[in-house]
Design a protein around this ligand. Structure first.
Ligand code: NAP
Length: 286
């Protein structure tokens, strides 16, 4: 992290170290797309907070293995599983393997997501389908498997007062329109109402469904937006707090949102965006 900030001549944000916690002790979490970026940080934070972790990935198994090894270093159990979240059979196999290994599942963080950007008139059906399949169908398939397990098992009061927790990693583009990225914004807008409708449907079963909507977080998905000083200056026009976000910040929020500290948060999106959803064009009047 420090290399980037010194290279860019920017103040390094302070993300306090996460101590070893017992918040999620005895629980198992499955995180999709957990070998990179936000998913990786979420998997590590859930491990630090006490959970055993299933690290889903689709490519680069070595990165998934290193996340699992780091989770084990914090004294928890971890396994990796390769599955394309948009493939029904692979998702079912992944949940079966996770439940086989750990006995049950308590937390799903549906994080895997992609962008395939194009001007609307040039966007191919393949680009549209790819984004919808990973970002929306994948979220549906994984959440469905998690809900099936939560309903089968019910509340385990020794570990949590809820029967299960689902956190979707959405985006500020669930509410902010995004020219040139119509497929992505449509997928995240859809994810918002998937989250809220599902939350409403399963709340009485004590299953909590929520989302975290990141703004600009420094990951491989958006390198072009932060890798040069010019790009960074442009990006900052959209961020009232005037800095990019770090993946560890999302990880900490996910651990909190999965814990019983937030048992009364149901059907909410937590925006972590440095104020990006505050109509930044109005900072200087309007
Ligand atoms: P990232 O580093 O590119 O992570 C995306 C992860 O999803 C990667 O591990 C990727 O694996 C995985 N993935 C892609 N297709 C998959 C599939 N079919 N099955 C399973 N895994 C798959 O980017 P990120 O920024 O951390 O993105 C994570 C989530 O945050 C996404 O949902 C994204 O929309 C959301 N988000 C990010 C930002 C931001 O500023 N970074 C802002 C708003 C929302 P491979 O690398 O192997 O393809």
């Amino acid at each position: 992290m420090s290399d980037y900030y010194s290279h860019m001549n920017l103040p390094k944000p302070v993300v306090p170290a996460l101590p070893q916690l017992e918040l999620l002790k005895g629980q198992t979490a499955l995180v999709t797309g957990a070998n990179s970026g936000i998913g990786r940080a979420v998997a590590l934070a859930l491990g630090k907070a006490g959970a055993n972790v299933v690290v889903n990935y689709i490519s680069r198994s070595e990165d998934a293995e290193s996340v699992a090894a780091e989770v084990r270093d914090s004294g928890r159990r971890a396994m990796t599983f390769r599955a394309d979240v948009s493939d029904e059979e692979q998702v079912e196999a992944m949940f079966a393997a996770a439940i086989g290994e750990f006995g049950t599942l308590d937390i799903l963080v549906s994080n895997a997501g992609i962008e395939k950007n194009a001007p609307f008139h040039e966007m191919t059906a393949a680009q549209w389908d790819a984004v919808m399949n990973v970002n929306l169908r994948g979220a549906f398939l994984c959440a469905r498997q998690a809900v099936r397990e939560f309903l089968r098992r019910g509340v385990r009061r020794d570990v949590s007062v809820a029967a299960g927790k689902i956190i979707f990693i959405s985006s500020v583009h669930e509410v902010i329109p995004w020219a040139g990225h119509v497929n992505y914004a449509a997928s995240k807008g859809g994810l918002m109402l998937l989250m809220k409708s599902l939350a409403q449907e399963v709340a009485e079963k004590r299953i909590r469904v929520n989302a975290i909507a990141p703004g600009a977080i420094r990951t491989p998905i958006n390198t072009a937006a932060w890798e040069t000083p010019e790009a960074y200056a442009d990006l900052m026009k959209l961020v009232p707090y005037k800095r990019i976000g770090e993946v560890d910040e999302i990880g900490r929020a996910a651990a909190w949102l999965a814990s019983d500290f937030t048992d009364y948060i149901v059907g909410s999106t937590i925006y972590m965006d440095g104020g990006m959803t505050l109509y930044p064009g109005f900072e200087t009047g309007g």
